[in-house]
Design a protein around this ligand. Structure first.
Ligand code: SF4
Length: 367
């Protein structure tokens, strides 16, 4: 499933389709603003220079689907505060360690002596809890519906085994509410969406219905190869040209229309919707995050350690909020490539390879 999705002849034929469909669109609507929701798509668009292949009447807008990029500074500070408690071993994914908060990054806290470990899965953190019964092992859980099932299954395992020195600092978020917040923002114009592939494997298609039904916008779920993205774009532009708004799925080889029911069931048992969650660049969005249910409250790090969530403003000059809302390109940020670079990120969009600023920095230099 790679070579056939990078075939130059197929790419040329799909580009020709995009041109044809675009000619049918009312000129007053151009350039069409198409948001690729997922950070993996942002990365692929830059890696394969797809933006440079497109006609002038289409612009990609980079969306909020990179979980590290939307991690608010306050949550990093919360994690650092926990990690600095003497009996805590804090575990998380590698990218999370480099995201700057007001108190520095988790990497900085580790350099100052805090016991912070990189793990590849929450099960690795649970294994550390078994190996170190004298320590409080906290897993800093983040990400969309893609990673939430792994956290849910790990918590179920911890409960089954009665592992009491394990807990989760939960910053799982869901994809629907930020898209609604973007659509409700009168300052943002989006004509259609390329829907995320990995999240949709879990959620299925119906989670996006409100976009078509309430906002009259098309969304097409896409895979991550160049032809996937161009085919999805052709499907979006065709809907716009026809005056349609449907949820469609280009990535049927991986995304079932109902998603993954086993993962959904695990999530439903372990998580409930939180009333509010903070997002970097998008502010506080109602019902956009997940918190542990009462049945899993004993494994909730916030309750165990009496943590008060911090809210922290973005640093001066940081353009992350405007980039995340599609109002500014990364290279228009005053800090891009100077104060803010991959080795010295000021904002989270420069940290992960899925971040729009990191992709601009890496690939614009080469293209
Ligand atoms: Fe944020 Fe840095 Fe990108 Fe500016 S260059 S928007 S500060 S990540």
């Amino acid at each position: 499933f790679v070579d056939e999705f990078r075939d130059p002849q197929a790419v040329k034929a799909t580009l020709a389709q995009i041109h044809q469909q675009l000619e049918r669109v009312d000129p007053a609507r151009k350039p069409l603003q198409i948001m690729e929701v997922c950070g993996g798509h942002t990365h692929a668009i830059f890696k394969f220079a797809l933006g440079q292949l497109l006609p002038d009447g289409i612009e990609f807008v980079h969306g909020p689907g990179c979980p590290v990029c939307v991690l608010p500074r306050g949550r990093i500070d919360d994690a650092i505060t926990l990690a600095q408690q003497h009996d805590v071993m804090l575990c998380s994914y590698g990218d999370a360690l480099r995201v700057p908060g007001d108190l520095g990054s988790l990497q900085d806290a580790k350099a100052r002596g805090a016991d912070i470990r990189v793990v590849y899965s929450p099960l690795d953190a649970l294994a550390l809890a078994r190996q170190h019964p004298e320590r409080q092992v906290v897993f800093f859980a983040l990400g969309f519906e893609t990673t939430a099932p792994a956290t849910a299954l790990t918590l179920q395992q911890a409960k089954r085994e009665g592992i009491e020195n394990f807990s989760v600092l939960c910053h799982h978020i869901t994809i629907g509410p930020p898209l609604r917040a973007i659509l409700d923002d009168p300052g943002i114009r989006i004509d259609g969406f390329i829907g995320p592939g990995h999240v949709s494997m879990i959620t299925g298609e119906r989670v996006y219905d409100f976009i078509a039904e309430q906002y009259n916008k098309p969304l097409v779920i896409a895979g991550f190869e160049p032809l996937d993205l161009l085919q999805a774009l052709a499907m979006v532009v065709a809907q716009i040209a026809d005056g349609d708004s449907r949820i469609d799925n280009q990535y049927r080889r991986a995304v079932h229309s109902d998603g993954n029911p086993v993962a959904q069931q695990a999530m439903a048992e372990v998580f409930q919707t939180a009333p509010q969650s903070d997002w970097r660049g998008l502010g506080s969005i109602p019902h956009s995050g997940l918190m542990l249910t009462e049945a899993f409250a004993p494994w909730d790090a916030e309750r165990r350690f009496g943590l008060d969530r911090r809210s922290v403003a973005e640093p001066e000059g940081c353009g992350c909020a405007a980039v995340l809302r599609g109002l500014m390109k990364p290279n228009q940020c005053a800090l891009f490539g100077t104060a803010c670079q991959p080795q010295t990120p000021v904002g989270a969009l420069m940290v992960s390879s899925e971040g729009a600023c990191a992709a601009y920095y890496q690939y614009r230099a080469e293209n």
